[in-house]
Design a protein around this ligand. Structure first.
Ligand SMILES: [Ca+2]
Ligand SMILES: [Ca+2]
Length: 227
């Protein structure tokens, strides 16, 4: 590598991207998608998720960042405010709210296809928890969570490449996913990590309105990689 290239590389700085969702229009940076009976909209100055009571084994909706993803060879951090306030998550049902991460090489953006790591807050019959759920082709293959009680809180996800750990925090509790680059980067280290703001429901029919499950004030800090 020559001197000129070194200079260019040295000039690259990490990027901050934010969205406060205040204009009630999903901006062009976001790719809006849904599976099953869950839907997403930018309403009331935030991202709201609704479920229509006809959700299946796995239903989901989300906003994926369309033009770029995170460079997973570098540290990155994402955060978002979350509210999940449901009283009807009974039986084996689970509702996840937060971030979805997938390597674009796996063509896995939505959680029914390939490996997707859901990092955020989960509610089930036992209550709420912060942590992660790993889905492979829509099936839960692993998870780790820690109980939280507050219906609202900022979800912060911090990736530290040096120890290959992804730390997911909410309400003062942190759960770690070890081997994030190993699992989502090293088989295609030049592929962008696709970042989705999402809601996933598991195991059966559930209904909720948009004021019950919502996100706001997204922030990304890291190095972008074009998709
Ligand atoms: Ca908007
Ligand atoms: Ca807002």
């Amino acid at each position: 590598m020559g001197t000129a290239a070194m200079f260019v590389l040295g000039g690259l700085a990490s990027t901050t991207f934010t969205d406060n969702f205040n204009n009630n229009v999903i901006g062009p940076v976001w790719d809006n998608g849904s599976i099953g009976g869950v839907n997403v909209s930018e309403t009331n100055g935030r991202v709201q998720f609704t479920a229509n009571g006809s959700t299946g084994a796995l239903s989901a909706a989300g906003l994926a960042i369309e033009p770029w993803g995170a460079n997973v060879n570098r540290d990155f951090q994402v955060e978002i405010n979350s509210v999940i306030n449901l009283s009807n998550v009974n039986g084996g049902k689970r509702v996840f709210l937060g971030f979805g991460f997938a390597n674009e090489a796996d063509a896995a953006i939505w959680p029914n296809d390939g490996a997707v790591l859901c990092a955020g807050v989960v509610q089930d019959q036992f209550g709420m928890a912060v942590g992660w759920v790993l889905l492979n082709n829509g099936v839960v293959v692993d998870s780790d969570t820690f109980p939280v009680t507050s219906t609202s809180g900022k979800i912060t996800v911090e990736f530290d490449k040096s120890d290959d750990e992804l730390k997911i925090s909410r309400n003062g509790h942190t759960v770690t996913y070890t081997g994030f680059f190993t699992d989502f980067g090293q088989d295609n280290p030049t592929g962008p990590l696709v970042i989705t703001l999402g809601c996933v429901t598991l195991s059966g029919n559930i209904a909720f309105s948009g004021n019950k499950v919502r996100l706001d004030n997204f922030e990304f800090n890291g190095f972008k990689r074009q998709r």
